[in-house]
Design a protein around this ligand. Structure first.
Ligand code: NDP
Length: 480
């Protein structure tokens, strides 16, 4: 069986403990490879390697650094099919989604920050007749990058790329549930000639490896994407050590549909924004709010199209939804459907585990589920489910829609559907969300700030700002 290896100091190495964890293919419910069950000792070696590599990498001319990162992007493009396959097998997502979104966006991350590093400029401020201030920005040193399982290579590279482009070296930990694409990525780094120690990848459990990275005194900056509960633990550990923190956390995103929307586009895109990647995208809209005069029509059409979605073998081109990432996660999602029933919700469609045939007979599949009849404040509408489950609720006025939308502790993203331009702007300004899509969903421009408000995260940065996060500013004031 294939064994994944840590990537430390430029080499692929076994964990010091020689212990491995099972890597399960969720579409089959079977172990298909093994990943290192690393510990503190592996993190220690990785941090030492990153420290040793830092001076040379930070001092490398930016054209040379960019060329290496661009080479990695080219290799991702070359291996698109192989990486997409690995992402699909590891995570359960449809292969065609990995091919169309995850892997191209991973390569785009590398390319964007590689080229951004060539356009960095410094600032100066003249104090008329007295002095000139100039500001330098230098990379912070060794950074820790911790990423989740839902968009494995895409989110992994979104952290690594700005950090390395800024001149930092990194110790990274992908989710234990989806390690395969990071492993393939490490081989591409070697092929591209990334100097030893610049990127180190240590696999293992969050509470062990992740925690060791966050606690390590030589890791000054942490970039984390994952759940809000884990984010709190990380913040509690890092704050007394005065570490720089970027936290991209969970969401409970509203999708607001006004009666004057383009109905066809609103329904079609809402199907995607509810169920893409089995609803396992932090930006999925999980609470659909519909203006009352359109409510029945929207609900009927939305439920009809949800029923038509094909849940199946992720490797089958016809499948719109694949498997949930793990048995534990599937049970969590199913438990929320049961909770919704006890809270008075009506299951309009779905609501159960699906038993497929053939190789997927033991996989973790859940039918896409639409629930109505719940109030805003019940747990189903407050807590992140992170699966193919949405609720639909009516609203009467614009103010009510805004109130409902803002009525959770999260504030990651929101979507608004209306043909009324003034209303679109007015409502978007009142929503407490880091990203708002009007008449679209999941469009991404890497130059814009990304991240959530409230408990959806801190450290919203984009473009050059995301690289800036990995630098320290220094001002020099010169008397003239
Ligand atoms: P988790 O918070 O469970 O895990 C995220 C990462 O943190 C994993 O690599 C995990 O390792 C690691 N980890 C766990 N405990 C610790 C710890 N004590 N110290 C350091 N690292 C730790 O999230 P999931 O992987 O379940 O991902 C789903 C969550 O991510 C959802 O809440 C989703 O909304 C959020 N998310 C947010 C995004 C955003 O941009 N705002 C984007 C995508 C997802 P291990 O897997 O081994 O436990």
């Amino acid at each position: 069986m294939q064994q994944i290896l840590n990537y430390v100091n430029g080499r692929l190495v076994a964990p010091i403990s020689s212990s491995y964890l099972d890597n399960i293919n969720p579409a089959e419910g079977k172990v298909y490879s093994l990943l290192p069950d690393s510990d503190l000792r592996d993190v220690e070696v990785a941090v030492k390697a990153a420290e040793a590599a830092f001076p040379l990498w930070a001092a490398m001319p930016f054209e040379k650094r960019a060329a290496i990162l661009l080479k990695i992007a080219d290799l991702i493009d070359r291996d698109l099919e192989k990486l997409a396959w690995a992402e699909s097998v590891d995570q359960g997502k449809p292969l065609k989604l990995a091919r169309a979104v995850d892997i191209p966006r991973a390569s785009a991350n590398m390319r964007f920050y590689a080229t951004a590093s060539m356009h960095v400029s410094s600032e100066s401020h003249l104090m008329e007749g007295e002095a000139i201030n100039y500001t330098t920005r230098t990379p912070v040193g060794v950074v820790g990058c911790i990423s989740p399982w839902n968009l494995p290579l895409y989110l992994f590279t979104w952290k690594i790329a700005p950090a390395l482009a800024a001149g930092c070296t990194a110790v990274a930990k992908p989710s234990e549930l989806t390690p395969m694409t990071a492993f393939l990525f490490s081989k591409l780094c070697i092929e591209a000639g990334l100097p030893a120690g610049v990127l180190n990848i240590v696999y293992g459990l969050g509470g062990k490896v992740g925690q060791a990275i966050v606690e390590h005194p030589k890791v000054s900056t942490i970039s984390f994407t994952g759940g809000t509960v884990t984010g709190k633990t990380i913040a509690a550990t890092a704050a007394p050590m005065f570490k720089k923190l970027s936290l991209e956390l969970g969401g409970k995103n509203p999708n607001i549909i006004f009666a004057d929307c383009d109905f066809e586009q609103a329904v079609a895109t809402s199907i995607s924004s509810s169920f893409s990647n089995q609803g396992e995208i932090c930006l999925c809209g999980s609470r659909i709010l519909v203006e009352r005069s359109l409510y029945d029509r929207f609900k009927t059409e939305f439920v009809k199209r949800t029923r038509e979605l094909v849940v199946g073998d992720p490797l089958d081109e016809k499948s719109k939804l694949g498997a949930l990432v793990s048995e534990g996660h599937m049970k969590k999602v199913l438990s929320y459907i049961e909770l919704a029933k006890t809270e008075g919700g009506k299951i309009e469609c779905g609501g159960e585990q699906l038993k497929l045939s053939g190789r997927c007979v033991d996989g973790y599949f859940v039918s896409p589920t639409v629930i109505t009849g719940l109030n805003q404040l019940c747990r189903t509408n407050q807590e992140e489910i992170f699966g193919p489950v949405v609720t639909i609720m009516p609203f009467d006025t614009e103010e009510e829609a805004i109130g409902f939308a803002n009525a959770t502790t999260y504030g990651l993203s929101a979507t608004i559907w209306t043909e009324n331009l003034k209303r679109a702007h007015r409502v978007s300004h009142q929503l407490k969300s880091g990203i708002i899509w009007i008449n679209c969903w999941l469009l991404r421009d890497l130059r814009t700030p990304f991240g959530g408000m409230k408990q959806s995260g801190v450290g919203r940065e984009g473009g050059w700002e995301a690289m800036k996060f990995f630098t320290e500013a220094k001002n020099v004031c010169v008397k003239i």
